[in-house]
Design a protein around this ligand. Structure first.
Ligand SMILES: NC(=O)c1ccc[n+]([C@@H]2O[C@H](COP(=O)([O-])OP(=O)(O)OC[C@H]3O[C@@H](n4cnc5c(N)ncnc54)[C@H](O)[C@@H]3O)[C@@H](O)[C@H]2O)c1
Length: 344
């Protein structure tokens, strides 16, 4: 069983790679298991286990779900020494994490992530939260899990669309700082798409290593951790213009990365050969990247400005000179208009 420990703030998160038989084995601990309606059928548990099943989906990343988890924990007699175990994608992880941070001012927290995105991104790093009054992740805490159990074979049932969405974050991690992961993505595409658990374990471990590096260096996101937003400022704007049902987060992030690199070229900051190399990987995995031909650039710019206003922040876009050479800068309206213009 492979293990890796990340130091997050003054706490430690242990990541353990395990098989599906032992990933829910918490005998001896007083605990509550939190699933959603899609992840509950994937695991068996003894009849005496305390189980909560939340409705699946982003719209249920809300106050009601936090209330359900906390009141069930109270009914089950959990204490500060108990553990809340979140078994699901990023939604279940974020809801469980926030509930654990609030319950008795902090009870034990373990994640068993079941989507590629949760395994490589959402479960590690301590950000918890939920969506409130239309603002995504506006209420939340920093509260790292003490343990993350990863079982790559659980990805077998994940819908293709979700798998490909999570893979976008893996590609982003590789571009930020892992050449070996980049080579794996290029050379082992067939096995990755087939979800070979051995290759996936390697891919997940490397991808987590990148996320963990940023989190260990900047837990509270005061500086370098913002590089993890590579492709996200453009991507979020596209998601909000197109509507969350018409595009996955991963598709939007891939388009965002392509757009960020194009911006760097326009500004004379990005290496042309690096842009070509990245575009080749984006093509290899079949991400659609011509969204600027179907959306109005001004709508994207307004969505970016709206995001900026909401956060009372100035937007610094994450760009790259080349592999692992990442920087941030603000962009003028004229530059945005230029890079978002339809391609003929
Ligand atoms: N805390 C963080 O640092 C962080 C980082 C990135 C994303 N997030 C959050 O994560 C959320 C997105 O996470 P996600 O993409 O995992 O979405 P999700 O949790 O909604 O899961 C996607 C869908 O897959 C289903 N599912 C999960 N595992 C499955 C499996 N093994 N087989 C079949 N179906 C399965 C879920 O029920 C859901 O319908 C967003 O709310 C985002 O804000 C948090």
């Amino acid at each position: 069983m492979k293990k890796k420990v990340f130091s997050i703030g003054n706490l430690k998160t242990e990541v353990v790679f395990t098989d599906s038989d032992s990933c829910l084995d918490f005998r001896g601990d007083s605990s509550i298991y939190i699933f959603d309606t899609n992840t509950r059928p994937l695991f068996t548990l003894p009849p005496e286990a305390n189980i909560i099943v939340l409705p699946a989906g982003e719209i249920h990343k809300n106050w009601q779900s936090i209330d359900t988890v906390c009141s069930s924990a109270l009914d089950a007699g959990l204490s500060r020494d108990s553990i809340m175990i979140g078994i699901g994608g990023g939604v279940v992880c974020d809801v469980t994490g926030l509930s654990a941070s609030l319950f008795m001012r902090g009870t034990g927290l373990v994640f068993v992530p079941t989507t590629l995105l949760a395994m490589t991104d959402a479960a590690l790093g301590g950000k918890t939260g939920f969506d409130y009054r239309g603002y995504k992740n506006i209420l939340g805490t920093f509260y790292p899990a003490k343990e993350i159990r990863i079982c790559p074979s659980v990805l077998a049932t994940l819908p293709d669309k979700e798998f490909k969405s999570g893979l976008a974050e893996v590609i982003k991690h590789a571009l930020l700082r892992d050449r070996e992961l980049l080579s794996l993505l290029i050379n082992e595409k067939e096995k990755i798409i087939r979800r070979d658990p051995i290759i996936l374990a390697d891919v997940i471990e490397k991808s987590l290593g990148v996320k963990g590096w940023y989190v260990e260096h900047d837990f509270l996101e005061k500086g370098i951790r913002t590089h993890l937003n590579f492709g996200h400022t453009f991507g979020h704007a596209l998601e909000s213009v197109m509507g969350f049902e018409r595009i996955t987060h991963g598709e939007a992030v891939m388009w965002g990365i392509k757009t960020a690199l194009k911006t760097g070229i326009v500004l004379g900051e990005t290496d042309k050969s690096w842009e070509e190399e990245v575009n080749e990987i984006i093509r290899l995995y079949g991400y659609k990247t011509d969204y600027q031909n179907t959306v109005n650039p001004e709508e994207i710019i307004s969505a970016i400005a709206f995001d900026k206003k909401k956060k009372k922040d100035h937007v610094r876009f994450v760009l790259q000179h080349t592999y692992a050479d990442t920087f941030t800068m603000p962009l003028s309206h004229d530059v945005l208009k230029h890079v978002l213009a339809p391609v003929t």
